[in-house]
Design a protein around this ligand. Structure first.
Ligand code: MRU
Length: 308
């Protein structure tokens, strides 16, 4: 476990860019605190004596919003904190960021409470990426549900896709499962179909980075494949996300900007240097493959019901 102290907004932006902080809600909260730090610098009260003008707060907000394009939570949280700063200065920005953090904690608890009953006695769940405490302001989204079902004695086993190329499943979900005592088995992403067919998977549960107005879900690369598998095997495919992940401005998945990251993440040590690589780190699951959306407002079969 390593802690990274960011005392200026540029350090926050760099932490988001390098995935030191990642996961849609956590990225949003980091962006909010980044705006609050920029506001503090602009007021001349930053540590280290560096001061900045109000224009830099607007620039910082624009820069933070642009660091990662796919998770809507980033722009959502940055815009709210910026609006608070415009109304009430640096104290208001700081209060807004702290408030968003507290709200996210409550949303995670609510998502876990409404989602856990979907996982019945003897559940064997397949998940992807990382959706736990390190990805949110609270106990997590999909992993929060899974952890609660485990505490309530109904989770038999969790299968965790390692989530190439950044290995969020292997490095983060497996670590959190260890902390929480969740019985978890790590699989390579390519084993998902085999595990679906042979390991008695009862449900697939994923998080989301952006849910379009029509219910299409942008989430970590590999999620779409799991949704197709779930449909093929007649198993439910659930998406857990807070209201801040629903984006009424994006009509459907085709309008989602899918982040493309550095080719070296994929080449690693194994591929020939300089070989052609495609590295989209998110994909879009059509709404038709989603059994239900689990939000702080309840379990809804239609995305439209999540806005009301
Ligand atoms: O690239 P990442 O690690 O930020 O991607 C994260 C995911 O895709 C998560 O599933 C999603 O943000 C939900 S986190 C509660």
């Amino acid at each position: 476990v390593a802690y990274l102290d960011c005392v200026g907004w540029r350090e926050v932006a760099a932490a988001i860019a390098s995935l030191a902080v990642r996961g849609a809600p956590a990225v949003g909260l980091a962006g909010a605190y980044g705006v609050a730090l920029a506001a503090r610098e602009a007021s001349g009260r930053a540590s280290g004596g560096r001061t900045a003008g109000p224009a830099e707060v607007e620039e910082a907000a624009a820069a933070l919003r642009a660091v990662r394009p796919t998770a809507v939570n980033l722009g959502w949280a940055v815009d709210r904190t910026l609006a608070a700063w415009r109304r009430g200065g640096p104290e208001a920005a700081a209060a807004a960021a702290v408030g968003l953090h507290a709200e996210d904690r409550d949303r995670c608890e609510a998502i876990a409470a409404v989602g856990a009953p979907l996982l019945r006695e003897g559940s064997r769940v397949l998940t992807v990426c990382h959706t736990g405490a390190l990805a949110t302001g609270g106990c997590g989204t999909a992993l929060g549900i899974i952890a609660r079902a485990h505490r309530e004695g109904r989770l038999e086993r969790l299968f965790v896709c390692e989530t190439r190329p950044h290995l969020q499943g292997a490095r983060l979900t497996m670590w959190e499962c260890g902390q929480l005592g969740i019985p978890a088995t790590l699989i390579v992403d390519a084993a998902a179909a085999h595990v679906m067919r042979t390991a008695g998977v009862t449900a697939v549960l994923a998080g989301a980075d952006r849910i379009a107005a029509n219910g299409d879900v942008a989430n970590k690369i590999g999620t779409y494949a799991l949704a197709v598998l779930a449909r093929h095997h007649g198993r439910p495919f659930y998406v857990a996300a807070p209201g801040s992940t629903f984006d009424a401005e994006t009509p459907d998945g085709g309008a989602v900007v899918v982040e493309e990251r550095d080719a070296e993440e994929v080449r690693g040590q194994a591929a020939p240097a300089g070989c052609d690589v495609s590295n989209p780190v998110f994909d879009v699951t059509p709404a038709s493959l989603v059994t239900a959306y689990i939000t702080e407002r309840g379990v809804k079969e239609e995305a439209a019901a999540c806005w009301t």
